[in-house]
Design a protein around this ligand. Structure first.
Ligand code: GUN
Ligand code: FE
Length: 426
């Protein structure tokens, strides 16, 4: 589709590097064919005359990426948060996810999810559905309609799951995945993509992992899953896969750990040296989910170490482990968790800064979708207009100070407008 050249004028703030904000007060952010042409303090002569939307004193930030969220869990966010991972899955998560067998329930619940995600500062997201094909297609239809750019997965689970949420065999799970992919292809979505989604090693037999790799070899689809979230989970993986050297190896043995196909792993709270080295080698993304890691008493991931090692790191809300889709909350909680970790666990890893968490939520996680999450030339034109006038203050503040306050105090009420690839979606 041909897109006109236009500019947004306002207080532009973004990160190229994780150590500092780039700020342009009352600058022009120019979009050309859906991509960023550049940021200008004065509009160049040859661009005079292009349409300009004046955002006045508002902030203009890159669209944010939620690298890990469970759409069906939106219904029970903030409920039953007094358990650790495995008990929480059995008690709360699996019973709720089984309801999505009913397309009518799925439609009702997913409409609410898509509507809320649309209102948030999130432009891109990696999303888990359930094992149900029909419900997952309903979810994808709604996300496409919302204009969001997402990767959505029909979940695979063929073991250690209750009868009401367990696919009958590896073969049946793979077959259902193929049928789902066929239905997705027929729909010809513009910005809703499928992603392979084995729930986690305890839910998937070796045979299922092998079949998913076969599908990946044919389709080159990306993959999302969970990794090294909780000590009980990690011990269980060791029992289930005694041949594995570490948890990540239980994916890697099947060829499902990055390399040619983009892969994102949620949590990585307990990834050791070897796991970290393999993630770096294979380009596996870490989805850091601080609120979930607190709520489920999982622990605090050594995010600074991952950043210093040069791993790809983004943020995830992990609803319903996390209680909200609001990525500003994920940012402030990432800072707060890192401070407790530094004080209580390991003072060699300094707490995260506002610049670093903003970088992770924009350019860091955005890299999973290509060139997104920054306003450097050639990046996809994903932008969020922030109106922070609700967050009153008696004195004038700098643009950076205003963004810092949004990180701690902001939610969808501050989201005034939103663009994805140059298209206005809110
Ligand atoms: N590990 C396997 N499934 C889940 C899930 O739904 N949420 C979280 N946080 N971890 C998981
Ligand atoms: Fe999760």
């Amino acid at each position: 589709m041909e897109q006109k050249t236009f500019a947004l004028k306002g207080n532009i703030i973004y990160t190229k590097e994780r150590t500092r904000f780039e700020v342009m007060e009352q600058g022009w952010l120019v979009c050309e064919e859906g991509r960023v042409r550049d940021v200008y303090s004065v509009l160049p002569e040859e661009l005079k005359g292009i349409p300009v939307e004046d955002m006045e004193d508002r902030l203009i930030i890159p669209g944010l990426t939620d690298l890990h969220i469970h759409a069906p869990q939106y219904t029970f966010r903030s409920l039953g948060m007094d358990m650790e991972l495995l008990e929480w899955l059995e008690t709360n998560t699996f019973p709720e996810e089984s309801k999505y067998k009913d397309a009518e329930y799925a439609k009702k619940a997913y409409e609410m999810f898509a509507e809320q995600l649309k209102k948030s500062a999130t432009v891109r997201a990696c999303i888990f559905g359930t094992i149900h094909n029909e419900a997952t297609l309903i979810l994808m239809d709604l996300l496409e309609e919302a204009g969001l750019h997402t990767m959505v997965g029909k979940v695979n689970m063929d073991r250690n799951s209750p009868d009401y949420l367990c696919e009958p065999s590896a073969e049946a799970s793979a077959q259902a995945t193929r049928e789902w992919l066929k239905a997705v292809a027929d729909r010809k979505y513009k910005h809703t993509r499928p992603i392979l989604t084995p729930r986690f090693t305890p839910s998937c037999t070796d045979e299922l992992m092998e079949l998913l790799k076969e599908i990946q070899t044919e389709t080159h689809l990306p993959m999302q899953s969970h990794l090294s979230e909780n000590p009980g989970e990690i011990a269980w993986v060791k029992e289930l896969c005694p041949w594995s050297e570490f948890y990540g190896d239980a994916y890697d043995k099947f060829g499902l750990f990055g390399g040619d196909c983009p892969t994102v792993m949620a949590h990585c709270v307990y990834s050791g040296k070897e796991e970290m080295a393999l993630m770096k080698e294979k380009g596996v993304f870490v989805a850091h989910c601080p609120e979930s890691n607190t709520n489920l008493s999982s622990g605090v991931a050594p995010v600074r170490r991952y950043l210093e090692e040069g791993l790809h790191v983004g943020l995830g809300s992990d609803v319903a482990g996390g209680s909200t889709e609001n990525l500003f909350t994920a940012m402030s909680q990432a800072i707060q968790a890192s401070k407790l970790r530094w004080r209580l666990q390991d003072d060699s890893l300094k707490p995260l800064t506002a610049e670093e968490v903003f970088y992770m939520a924009s350019k860091g996680g955005g890299a999973f979708f290509g060139k997104t999450g920054s306003f450097e030339p050639g990046y996809e034109f994903d932008a969020v207009i922030i109106d922070d006038s609700r967050l009153i203050h008696p004195q004038p503040l700098t643009v950076k100070q205003r963004l810092e306050r949004v990180i701690y105090l902001g939610d969808e009420r501050e989201v005034y407008g939103k663009y994805a690839c140059g298209e206005k979606i809110l």
